[in-house]
Design a protein around this ligand. Sequence first.
Ligand SMILES: NC(=O)c1ccc[n+]([C@@H]2O[C@H](COP(=O)([O-])OP(=O)(O)OC[C@H]3O[C@@H](n4cnc5c(N)ncnc54)[C@H](OP(=O)(O)O)[C@@H]3O)[C@@H](O)[C@H]2O)c1
Length: 254
Amino acid sequence: MGQLTGKVAIITGASSGIGRAAAVLFAQEGARLVLNARRGERLEQTAAEIDRTGETVATVAGDVREPEVADALVETALQRFGGLDAALNNAGDVGVPGPLADVDEAAWRQVIDVNLTGAFLGARRQIPAMLARGGGSIIFTSSFVGHANAFPGLGPYAAAKAGLVGLARAIAVEYGPQGVRANALLSGGVDTPMGRSVADTPEAQALVRSLHALKRQAEPEEIAQAALFLASDLSSFITGSAMFADGGASVCKV
Ligand SMILES: NC(=O)c1ccc[n+]([C@@H]2O[C@H](COP(=O)([O-])OP(=O)(O)OC[C@H]3O[C@@H](n4cnc5c(N)ncnc54)[C@H](OP(=O)(O)O)[C@@H]3O)[C@@H](O)[C@H]2O)c1
């Protein structure tokens, strides 16, 4: 039996990178899935790789900044699969790196809206569905950036990802008595399109690798394993945590 057998999960940002790897892994572990990203074709590709029949996976293409997308994701989980047990709010946007004094309001809002407000909009709808089920697990893909580490040029992203830690803690205490857990997953550097966009030269990639105690970046599948742990009953007594899956970047000083 898989770690998510009988469970229903939402994953945002499932067309690529960590979200895609989590979709594949959660399905292998028995979950029925509702997947989201903006690029519908890529999302359908991920879904078809998991289950060509569509019996165990549904898709809702759209932007997590739109409240209607959060509605549709939860509604699909309820209508197609009868409930909701876990949600990996993972869609993210690192923005255009640059000095904070040069960040205009539109650029600030873009990054805050996708990473933080999008996660709030999702959780706001996911919580009642989980309460109806007697509990559930909400996960926010946060980052080592903004919590344990900071980098010049990533101010809006650091603020948004740190905000997810606070949001997880707030949900943990507010809904813990009714069985809903919430945790922030603090990933280190991961070899994904986003990771490669931030470190876009061999020198920058070598620098990123050197920041980690393990002296490498993660593969998206490794972060998916941490997300699986938080989504499943293996983590039944873990809530309100800022859980590192960062290859030791938070403690590495050499
Ligand atoms: N890579 C790293 O080093 C790293 C480190 C720490 C944390 N993270 C976090 O991990 C998460 C996943 O990133 P990744 O590294 O896997 O990058 P990725 O491969 O570029 O994937 C990002 C995903 O987010 C989706 N997305 C972006 N904006 C969206 C929006 N407005 N609405 C819906 N979906 C949206 C993208 O799909 P569409 O473009 O199709 O919408 C894509 O599926 C992000 O939250 C990121 O901040 C990444």
